[in-house]
Design a protein around this ligand. Structure first.
Ligand code: C5P
Length: 226
């Protein structure tokens, strides 16, 4: 029997460092990278462009099917996301897009519509998949699973620094409130709620530097699967 393409899933709440860590680990391993949150954010942004009501599940499901989402490498070697052919990378990172994504992600038909698009990223020599339900729903058979956490205060602080560096004006208190609201919605939804897979290795990144977390994740990958 053919050996399936290996997958490392990295799940966790917003601001736990998943994106940064996943990108570095994928680069070190020479594996592909799936930012699954970008797909939900892309649909959120497309819904905003079309002026859709976030309570209109039917329209949002149609929008999911109609939205084309592409990834390409930017000139600076960064990952750019194209929504319906437009570079929406910067718009995708805003809290408005995150909140829209979180509302849309609670609709079961939207999640189902994005399932195959996510699984298509599983290509040799391997895939690092970052999200909320990578280890539980999308790649339950993944050889390696990690669940990253960090205190809500530290996550708000990290997001604050990121946004400040980009010149966006926000307050830590406001970010903390948004993060807690999004966590609560992601953890309490009926379909694919945010929770660690039973076989995931949990890593609390509070107080840890990026290099420490990367080393711990690579250590998980180096262990025999299963
Ligand atoms: O990870 P990121 O913050 O970009 O995700 C944005 C939102 O998309 C999350 O708050 C969550 O509601 C949703 N999401 C999801 N399942 C995933 C990835 C993201 O429900 N696998």
């Amino acid at each position: 029997m053919d050996t399936p393409t290996p997958v490392l899933t990295i799940d966790g709440p917003s601001g736990s460092g998943k994106g940064t860590i996943s990108r570095i680990v994928a680069q070190r391993l020479g594996w592909h990278y799936l930012d699954s949150g970008a797909l939900y954010r892309a649909v959120g942004v497309a819904a905003g462009w079309a002026d859709l009501d976030l309570d209109d599940a039917g329209a949002l499901v149609r929008c999911t099917f109609d939205t084309t989402i592409g990834f390409r490498e930017g000139e600076a070697g960064d990952l750019r996301v194209l929504v319906n052919g437009h570079d929406a990378t910067d718009e995708l990172r805003t809290e408005t897009a995150g909140a829209a994504a979180s509302a849309i992600a609670a609709i079961p038909e939207v999640r189902a519509a994005l399932k195959d698009r996510q699984r298509a990223f599983r290509q040799p020599p391997g895939l690092v998949a970052d999200g909320r339900d990578m280890g539980t729903v999308i790649f339950p058979d993944a050889a390696h699973k990690v669940f990253l956490t960090a205190s809500a205060e530290e996550r708000a602080e990290r997001r604050y620094k990121q946004l400040k560096d980009k010149g966006v004006s926000v307050t830590i208190d406001g970010l903390l409130r948004e993060i807690l609201a999004r966590d609560a919605r992601d953890a309490s939804r009926a379909v694919a709620p945010l929770r660690p897979a039973d076989d995931a290795v949990r890593i609390d990144t509070t107080g840890l530097g990026i290099d420490d977390v990367v080393a711990r994740v690579l250590d998980v990958v180096s262990r025999p699967a299963g």
